[in-house]
Design a protein around this ligand. Structure first.
Ligand SMILES: Nc1nc2c(ncn2[C@@H]2O[C@H](COP(=O)(O)OP(=O)(O)O[C@H]3O[C@H](CO)[C@@H](O)[C@H](O)[C@@H]3O)[C@@H](O)[C@H]2O)c(=O)[nH]1
Length: 323
């Protein structure tokens, strides 16, 4: 079986590749990279995967990849995934996420192949829900509150349309917050961990800079998330959409408190107005029963362990950089 991962160099893509290599040795893993993608996250598996050059904005490059590899499964993870940046660069976000996904599916049509395709939509498509609208099911209304969220609605819907029009076997997930080692340092729980590690190492003054600490999230570990994605393409129904996420609910402020507790010195914090968004999504609690019924998936790693591993990841990077 040939498996193609777009976004293999990112946090999720790299963990997914490792999961497949370890648990499904019969699979040949291909990863799509842009020529300038940093390969740090996949250093340990470079000899076990085949990298192919491509760009979501370049249809020809995708057609070549599909024709050459003829993947049986595609995990489409590549995206502009940062909400804050999407407010500054909305068109760029829409182009990568919506046009890029459309190109990917057109390439599959052109190559006349019939893979099962995981489309990574997002919990952000539900936007700001009301208190009586949680837990969020797949039937909640879509009220995107950022250009990023709009781009994920577009990606989600175009993938459904390609299934309805052409029978392309897209299976969509709306993943709630997932994190762990290798998480980009722009996201809340990762920037907090990095700043704590820098303060511990004497590289940055106290306090930790923060944005809105009141947002409610559930946390899933990225290593549980990639196992969920594998199960999705094994057991999910083409054309369907599934919520996936963690079960423990907490505020972003609670996450900061966990790091304060783990830190080797006293940590203060301060709100940085630049970290506040024009509109924020402050309540995200998923109902994941549809996905669990189909796959039997259950998270194994508790959030505290996830945060500990993420903090240690940043501590390790800082140590490496200072050598
Ligand atoms: N980034 C960031 N967010 C902060 C900060 N302080 C507080 N926050 C708040 O923390 C919440 C989470 O923000 P992010 O970590 O940037 O993630 P997100 O907006 O929830 O989006 C993430 O999850 C989605 C669902 O899985 C993903 O689709 C998306 O790509 C991203 O990974 C938001 O309410 C944000 O305002 C900070 O210093 N930085």
């Amino acid at each position: 079986m040939r498996v193609l991962i777009t976004g293999i160099t990112g946090m999720v893509g790299s963990h997914l590749a490792e999961y497949i290599l370890e648990n499904h040795p019969e699979a040949e893993v291909y990863g799509m990279v842009r020529w300038r993608s940093p390969l740090d996250n996949i250093q340990g598996i470079l000899e076990k995967v085949t990298l192919v050059n491509g760009d979501l904005r370049d249809l020809n490059s995708l057609i070549k990849i599909m024709t050459d590899i003829k993947p049986d499964r595609i995990f489409h993870l590549a995206a502009q995934s940062y909400v804050t940046v999407s407010f500054d660069q909305p068109a760029d976000t829409l182009e990568t996420n919506v046009i890029g996904t459309t190109n990917l599916m057109d390439a599959v049509r052109w190559a006349k192949i019939d893979p099962r395709i995981h489309i990574c939509s997002s919990s952000e498509v539900y936007g700001q829900v009301k208190e009586d609208e949680v837990p969020i099911t797949e039937h909640n209304p879509l009220r995107p509150a950022s250009p990023y969220a709009v781009s994920k609605v577009g990606e989600d819907m175009i993938s459904l349309q390609y299934f309805l029009s052409y029978g392309i076997k897209t299976i969509r997930t709306r993943m709630f917050t997932h994190t762990g080692p290798r998480r980009g340092d722009v996201f809340a729980e990762s920037t907090f961990a990095k700043q704590v590690a820098e303060i511990e190492a004497g590289l940055k003054p106290n306090p930790v800079k923060v944005g809105n600490l009141d947002s409610v999230r559930t946390i899933a570990d990225v290593r549980d998330a990639v196992r969920a994605y594998w199960l999705l393409l094994e057991h999910g129904e083409p054309g369907e959409v599934y919520n996936i996420g963690g079960e423990e609910t907490m505020t972003v402020g609670d996450i900061l408190d966990i790091y304060k507790d783990m830190a080797t010195c006293e940590i203060k914090h301060e709100v940085d107005p630049a970290r506040l968004r024009p509109s924020d999504v402050t309540l995200q609690i998923p109902d994941i029963s549809k996905f669990q019924e189909v796959t039997g998936w259950k998270a194994k790693i508790p959030p505290r362990k996830t945060f500990e591993d993420l903090l240690n990841y940043h501590r390790h990077l800082i140590k490496k950089q200072s050598v």
